[in-house]
Design a protein around this ligand. Structure first.
Ligand code: ZN
Length: 59
């Protein structure tokens, strides 16, 4: 049975506020993490903040 991540981490583009799903990265020991996308599909920006931190980041 495949391991299903308990929650999919999301990242918000700091330039246009579009939300992107993080890319799951498998680590040693069965752990997993997420990486933001390389670039925003909407504006081409490359700066992201985790969605959970967006409300704090927002100016
Ligand atoms: Zn963007």
């Amino acid at each position: 049975m495949a391991h299903v991540p308990e929650s999919l981490k999301k990242y918000v583009c700091v330039h246009c506020s579009v939300t992107h799903a993080g890319t799951p990265i498998h680590l040693d020991g069965g752990e997993h993490s997420f990486e933001p996308p390389e670039s925003c599909g909407a504006c081409g920006g490359s700066e992201f903040v985790p969605a959970s931190e967006w409300i704090h980041h927002h100016k």
